[in-house]
Design a protein around this ligand. Structure first.
Ligand SMILES: *[C@@H]1O[C@H](CO)[C@@H](O)[C@H](O)[C@H]1NC(C)=O
Ligand SMILES: *[C@@H]1O[C@H](CO)[C@@H](O)[C@H](O)[C@H]1NC(C)=O
Ligand SMILES: *[C@@H]1O[C@H](CO)[C@@H](O)[C@H](O)[C@H]1NC(C)=O
Length: 344
């Protein structure tokens, strides 16, 4: 609840500073020197992540609890099984180092507790005359094979709606990459090796290697859907690329979309191939889960949806995940990229 409260507060952040050092990169206003400046003042690690849409409201400079750069992390506590820096943000905020809004990225042992230093509402995109950027190129034409229609423009999924799970002994940036696209969309790249450690350190039960976006859309009733574009890197094999967590009995999930030998399948069911030749191209997916009827419908590349039974709803409910999660016999490297993520 603390975490949720912190995340919910993320939208009420007020602007700090003049943001005078804002410039434009790829049509996005970004703070290219803020991080360096703040890092030289010991306020962050100098690693910048841009979160948000076109007018970049959130330029995050990382203060990591990872390699214990933020001190001893003695104030780490656990919320919902996640270790978080409950008081770091408040402390740093009182020192003027950030806004006091904490976002937790990563797995169980939270290596990246982000305290926001926002260049918020005072930031306007630079006027065209002031911009040194060349005029934006027209969007590439979709190849007929990819999609008959241009991909929809979907703003980046809010960082408060997810965190990334990745091997516990690595840094987030070792397995995850967020790119802001010129149209206000975001591309999330996730990759993992089949030799990687699980996302939770012992004594947690070991699980297969994964780098996944855990979406905070917990639900136990109603109709819930996710749409996204997915690009599966060639060579990715025996990997889940999307999950609906939560099932009854022995089932932990109600759906996995997996890739085997270039085919996108429901679990490993060779009779439920949703798309073939999936590698290295963008494919649109919509998954709709109706809890009441225990049915899940999966629409790929705009074709009529394939319906399947769910696997029941446990008391803890369900949530969605995107990302690569090794299955039996997985390839050494698995990678999937996601754009236009929309959760309803
Ligand atoms: C992140 O992705 C972009 C392309 O979207 C790539 O150019 C860049 O090298 C990647 N960065 C890292 C650290 O992997
Ligand atoms: C997914 O498809 C269903 C059925 O067409 C639609 O009602 C829903 O809005 C779509 N979900 C998203 C997130 O776009
Ligand atoms: C992909 O994985 C499946 C399941 O482990 C395996 O049977 C198949 O041979 C693999 N394909 C390649 C090209 O390695």
């Amino acid at each position: 609840m603390v975490l949720l409260a912190l995340l919910a507060g993320a939208h009420q952040v007020t602007a700090q500073g003049t943001c005078a050092d804002l410039t434009s990169v790829n049509g996005q206003a970004v703070c290219p020197t803020c991080c360096a400046t703040w890092a030289s003042q010991g306020k962050c690690d100098g690693v910048q992540t841009v979160l948000g849409g076109a007018n970049v409201r959130d330029v995050v400079c990382r203060k990591t609890c990872g390699a214990y750069l933020c001190g001893t992390c003695a104030d780490l506590t656990s919320v919902n099984g996640q270790a978080v820096c409950a008081t770091c943000c408040a402390t740093w905020a009182s020192q003027g180092k950030c806004d006091g809004v904490q976002t937790v990225l990563g797995g169980a042992n939270v290596r990246d507790a982000v305290c926001r230093k926002t260049c918020s509402s005072v930031c306007q995109p630079p006027s065209p005359s002031a911009s040194k950027q060349p005029p934006p190129r027209p969007p590439p034409r979709p190849s007929p094979r990819t999609s008959p229609r241009p991909p929809p423009t979907v703003p980046c999924i809010s960082p408060s709606m997810y965190y990334i799970q990745y091997p516990y002994d690595l840094k987030l940036s070792d397995r995850y990459n967020l790119t802001s696209l010129a149209n206000g969309d975001c591309e999330h790249r996730m990759w993992v090796l089949n030799t990687d450690k699980p996302f939770e350190a012992p004594p947690e039960k070991p699980t297969a290697p994964r780098t996944e976006m855990r979406i905070n859309n917990n639900y136990a009733s109603g109709v819930h859907s996710i749409s996204f574009q997915i690009f599966i890197a060639d060579g990715t094999n025996a990997s889940s690329v999307m999950q609906i967590l939560g099932g009854t009995g022995d089932y932990k999930t109600s759906l996995q979309l997996r890739v085997y030998d270039g085919k996108l399948m429901r679990y490993n069911s060779a009779s439920e191939v949703l798309e073939t030749n999936v590698y290295n191209r963008w494919i649109s997916v919509n998954v709709t889960h109706n809890v009441g009827t225990n049915r899940i419908s999966i629409a790929v590349s705009g074709r009529a949806a394939v319906d399947a039974d769910g696997r029941g709803t446990p008391t803890a409910g369900h949530y969605f995940k995107l990302g690569v999660y090794g299955q039996v016999g997985s390839s050494r490297r698995m990678e999937a990229r996601y754009r236009s993520i929309k959760v309803l």
